[in-house]
Design a protein around this ligand. Structure first.
Ligand code: SF4
Ligand code: SF4
Length: 137
């Protein structure tokens, strides 16, 4: 595979951070497109799910983190269930959202504040789903 990594040091750092949060390997993806074919949210995405993987493989992390796609992913795990290579793209999307928030300085959420935050009508759907998965048993 020919790689066009813009900044090798930065690429390593970004991919390591994604791996640390999600425990997923972007290079496992073989670009079959099954994730995109089954994704219910593609109409709201500016980069398709399989393209997110390809951009990550090529080191285009800035393009991915600035995309609408990461915020319009519904965390439904359809992609993960369809992937023949066992790549959990939903987890990767969540990791990228977390990195985005951390870069803006919003890296900590107090558990006691969550119920109040959930009443905010502007709260993104995936934030509610993610909080539910993280903080419920
Ligand atoms: S289904 Fe899996 S292997 Fe196929 S493009 Fe999506 S992430 Fe890659
Ligand atoms: S988890 Fe996100 S990317 Fe995967 S199928 Fe659902 S909406 Fe699409």
């Amino acid at each position: 595979m020919v790689q066009t990594i813009h900044n090798p040091d930065k690429y390593e750092e970004d991919i390591l951070q994604i791996k640390k949060i999600s425990n997923e390997m972007v290079n496992d993806c073989m670009q079959c497109g099954k994730c995109t074919a089954g994704c219910p949210a593609v109409a709201e995405m500016d980069i398709l799910p399989h393209q997110i993987l390809r951009h990550l493989q090529l080191g285009h992390f800035d393009k991915v983190i600035q995309s609408k796609t990461i915020w319009n992913c519904a965390s439904c795990f359809t992609c993960a269930s369809r992937c023949p290579r066992g790549v959990d793209l939903a987890k990767l999307m969540e990791a990228i959202r977390l990195i985005s928030l951390r870069r803006k300085g919003n890296d900590r959420l107090k558990v006691e504040n969550i119920s109040q935050l959930m009443t905010d009508e502007k709260m993104p759907q995936q934030a509610i789903v993610s909080a539910l998965r993280k903080y419920s048993k």
